[in-house]
Write a protein that binds this ligand. Structure first.
Ligand SMILES: Nc1ncnc2c1ncn2[C@@H]1O[C@H](COP(=O)(O)OP(=O)(O)O)[C@@H](O)[C@H]1O
Ligand SMILES: [Mg+2]
Length: 231
């Protein structure tokens, strides 16, 4: 890890119900500035839970830090402001009927004037390869298009940390390559939950493997990660 940590997990355990079997157990790792890691694991291994815990959307025992803030009820709103989050279902985070309005909302909420926010949003849609969709109604977009719009919204405030939950799940191969290029050019620390190690290997040199809620591997060896996934 290089420099101060942007995301830190120390002995993090998550249970959805008190007294139930933990979904994450003793998870410990850290990401430095601009460091990128793929978070891989079979269905149900705890990837989404880990990302949600990082921004305080599910409770945890142990310590989680984002950009120097200890994640908890009091800090959750500020943690979310400093984090770009792509949910597994993009519908969950697109709030406005028109694409450009939705992407411009983040900067406007941060206090940017409307014109600057719309310019920034248009630029980010262009980087995502969907500038032609700016004036489209969100409800007419395909799932893959919604995913790119949601990602533009997550990136537009230039957050120091990006948490992406299966960002390629509905992208075609050219869409995946374009996304890998965009992410590669972005200076944030990133944790990317994915099943697609070929995609992740394009811009991540670190693989975190979750196995039934525990970190089973943390290192640069993609083949070791693949073996643990049984692929
Ligand atoms: N809201 C919830 N309440 C109870 N159990 C949950 C909830 N969300 C996820 N789980 C359980 O937690 C485990 C990990 O799920 P999840 O984090 O979604 O894994 P992944 O993203 O790796 O597929 C699974 O056993 C899942 O059933
Ligand atoms: Mg998941």
């Amino acid at each position: 890890m290089s420099g101060p940590r942007v995301l830190g997990f120390d002995g993090v355990t998550v249970r959805y119900q008190p007294g139930s079997v933990p979904v994450l157990t003793g998870v410990t790792f850290a990401l430095g500035q601009a460091e990128r890691a793929a978070l891989v694991g079979l269905n149900g291994s705890g990837k989404t839970t880990l990302l949600l815990a990082a921004v305080g959307l599910v409770g945890h025992d142990g310590l989680i830090e984002v950009d120097g803030l200890q994640v908890g009820r009091r800090t959750a709103a500020e943690v979310r402001r400093r984090t770009g989050f792509l949910f597994n279902a993009p519908e969950d985070q697109i709030l406005f009927p028109q694409v450009i309005e939705d992407v411009a909302f983040g900067p406007m909420r941060q206090g940017e004037p409307r014109d600057a926010a719309y310019r920034g949003a248009a630029e980010m849609l262009d980087r995502m390869g969907v500038s032609g969709l700016a004036r489209h109604p969100v409800q007419h977009l395909s799932h893959g298009q919604k995913q790119r719009v949601a990602l533009a919204g997550a990136l537009v405030n230039q957050p120091p940390l990006l948490l992406l939950d299966e960002p390629t799940s509905s992208l075609d191969p050219p869409g995946r390559r374009a996304l890998a290029r965009v992410l590669d050019g972005f200076g944030a620390a990133m944790l990317v939950a994915t099943h697609d190690l070929e995609f992740a290997g394009r811009f991540c040199r670190r693989f975190l493997v979750l196995d039934a809620g525990r970190i089973a591997y943390d290192g640069p060896d993609r083949l070791a990660a693949e073996r643990l996934l049984g692929s």
